[in-house]
Design a binder for this molecule. Sequence first.
Ligand code: PMP
Length: 355
Amino acid sequence: MARTPQIIDDALGAVGNTPLVRLDRIAKEEGLQCNLLGKVEYMSAGGSVKDRIAKRMVEEAEREGKLIPGQSVVIEPTSGNTDKGYSVIITLPNKMSLEKEAALRALGAEVVRTPTEAAWDSPESHIGVANRLQREIPGGIILDQYRNINNPLAHEYTTGPEIIEAVISTPSTASRLSSGKVDALVAGAGTGGTITGLSRAIKKKHNKDSIILGVDPKGSILAYPDDLNIEGSGDPYIVEGIGYDFIPDVLSRDTEDVNEWLKTSDEEAFDAVRLLMRHEGLLVGGSSGSALSGALRWLRSEKGRSIAQTKGANVVVLLPDGIRNYMSKPWFLKMALEVEPTPLARRIADVLKTP
Ligand code: PMP
C-alpha cells in the first residue's frame, strides 16, 4: 500500500521498511501453489539488511552512554554491510568485494583487510585485528554484532513485524489467496541475528507453527545438526555474508527457533540470483540466491511439499542485499556477460553489418 510521501530527517529514516514482493514468475516456473514472497532488503538506505542492526546497535550504545560523539571510534569486524556514521574502522576479510570497501571508504570509514583463511580466533582474523585495534586506539569500541543482543532485536522489532504486517494487511482475494499468516520463512545466517530475530518475531507474536528454515553455505559450520556440516567442512566458498567457522552467540541453533537447516553451494546460489534477476527484475546479491535456492530445494522436498502445494500459504524468503555490492566479482560478470548470443542479439548484429 502506498504511504503518503513525507520529508524524512536523514538517511537513517530510510533504513528498513523494505517491500515484500511476490516472486510469481519463479513460483509458476517451479509449479508452486503457495505464495513465494521476497523481502527485498537492498531497498534500505545502505543497501543491506545490516543497516537495521548498525542503526540499532549504535543508537542503543549512545543511549547507554557507551558511545560518545566526537570521542568514540567504532571498530567492527564485518563482511562489510554493517556501518553507520562516527569515526569508523572496519576490519574486512580479503574475500569481501571491492565495492564494499569503496562504499565504506566513500562514507569516510577506514578499512583494514585481513586474510580470509585466518581462523576467527587467530590474531590475524578480522575479529583478532579489530580486538587489537580496540586495545590500542583511544576511544575504540567494538559494538560486536556477534554478541550484541541488539542485532537479533533489530530484526525482532523491525524486519519481522514488517513481514507480519505486510502479510496480515494484504487481503485474500479469489485471484490472490492468502492464509493471512507467515507459513514458512527462509533466511541465511552469518551472525545469525536475522534468522534468530525473525524466528522470535514470528513464532512468539504471530504464528508459533510457522516453519523457520536457516541457510548455511557448504564449508561453514552454522547448520544444525552438526553432521550437516561434515561434507566440505572448511572448504572456501565465494558467497559473502553468510557462514562462519565459529558459532556466534546471537545465533540460535535451537530447533524450536530454526526448525531445519539447508546447506547450499555457490553454484546453486548464483543460479538463483540469475532467476531473481531475469524473472523478477530484482538486482540481488549472492546470499539472496543462497536463500532462494535453499527455499526452492525445501519446497520440492517431502517435508516442504504440503506447504508448496497449498494455495494461499505464504513462504517468505529474506533477500539480504543487492548486486551493487558485487558488480566486479567474476561470478557476476560471467553471469551477465558470458552468455550465448540471443536470437535478438544476432538480429542486431545482422542489421548493423549492412551499411
Ligand atoms: N547476507 C549478507 C550479504 C550479509 O552481509 C549478511 C550479514 N553478515 C547476511 C546475509 C547474514 O545476516 P546475519 O548476520 O543477520 O545472519
